[in-house]
Design a protein around this ligand. Structure first.
Ligand code: PBG
Length: 343
């Protein structure tokens, strides 16, 4: 016997019948109804794909802990950008992996650097996607910290500002339309804004990694970028993941210093901050689904423990539902492909 509870009154605990007037299942009955009332829709143009750029030609070096992601030489990065543009992906954010590292991270601001080379190649293709630079020094310093060191071994905030500003100007000169300072140095947005304006790049936008936790979820990235700190950790400049109010102060400051967009990172562990940022500011809000967030879903999917496509779609939808209008994700190409196939 099957009970049709949907269509008849059910008995309350007193035994009296209850008439159900609100039936939320009415709008869940068919795929068309569900699609009509869907609140959060992903679109390829809101996705940004990270690219790791290393020296060389025709090099594609897979990254073990990030299935489908590779370190690319500048020519290959340009090819990949063209493929992403073809899929409708909204942007690329570039990370550089230089051959030589030094205490100041000089390659970061070299006009001949790998990232600069890749930006020039991508821009010459005139693709309909936005070019974004991660502006940091940890991939370029031999000690792996995000700025030059003071004699006591701590990261020298104000010396880092000079290097970050030089790096942002060089990235803008090479063709980055947005620079994204991620070093979590105090005053980095103001320093970069002033340097860009002075160098004639007043139209280059700043996407501030405003709230960036010292997160365990950056692990695979540090393998990919060979940027794990040689000693210590990043907790004297990145934020304690336990703190949310402090994240709002970081965002307030970055807005005051002239940020054009705010970026929150990681994404899924910080949905509360994405929602709070959306409510508090009228700037575009971006979120970075970082390497560890990607790797954990991919690893579980590889083992058959999760449906990778559904889990990835759900995770990115949750990030958007929380309030992000832009998502940086290693799954950008996959998501764009799935979205195209669904149509
Ligand atoms: C540079 C930077 C990092 C990430 C983005 N920019 C590494 C870090 O802070 O250690 C991590 C991105 C990811 O995990 O995908 N500072």
């Amino acid at each position: 016997m099957t009970l049709d509870l949907e269509s008849r009154p059910i008995a309350g605990s007193s035994g009296a019948p209850i008439q159900i007037t609100t039936r939320l299942r009415r709008l869940r009955r068919t795929p068309a109804l569900r699609s009509l009332v869907q609140e959060t829709r992903l679109h390829p143009s809101m996705l940004v794909a990270p690219l790791f750029v290393r020296p060389g030609r025709a090099v594609r070096e897979p990254i073990g802990s990030m299935p489908g992601v590779a370190r690319l030489s500048p020519d290959m990065a340009a090819n990949e950008a063209a493929r992403l543009a073809e899929l409708g992906v909204g942007g690329v954010i570039l990370f550089g992996l230089p051959d030589v590292k030094d205490p100041l991270g000089l390659e970061a601001s070299a006009d001949s650097g790998v990232v600069q080379d890749a930006f020039r190649r991508i821009r010459s293709l005139e693709l309909p996607l936005v070019t974004i630079a991660d502006t940091c020094l940890c991939e370029y310093t031999d000690h792996g910290h995000c700025g030059p060191l003071a004699p006591d071994g701590s990261v020298d905030n104000d010396a880092a500002l000079v290097r970050l500003a030089e790096t942002a100007v060089s990235q803008a000169r090479a063709g980055a339309e947005i620079v994204a300072p991620s070093a979590m140095m105090d005053g980095q947005v103001a320093a970069i804004r002033a340097a860009l304006d002075q160098a004639g790049f007043s139209e280059t936008a700043i996407m501030a990694y405003a709230a960036k936790h010292a997160s365990a979820f950056y692990g695979p990235f540090r393998e990919a970028a060979d940027s794990a700190p040689a000693f210590g950790d990043r907790r004297s400049y990145q934020m304690d993941p336990a703190n949310g109010r402090e994240a709002l102060r970081e965002m307030d400051l970055d807005v005051a210093e002239g940020a054009d967009l705010l970026l929150i990172k990681p994404a899924l562990p910080a949905l509360d901050l994405i929602a709070a940022a959306r409510a508090r500011f009228d700037l575009p809000i971006a979120a970075y689904q970082v390497s560890g967030e990607f790797a954990m879903l991919m690893a579980a999917a590889e083992r058959g423990w999760l449906d990778g496509r559904r889990a990835m779609t759900e995770a990115v939808s949750a990030i958007v539902r929380a309030g992000a209008g832009i998502v940086i994700t290693y799954a950008a190409a996959d998501l764009a492909t799935w979205l195209r196939d669904e149509r």
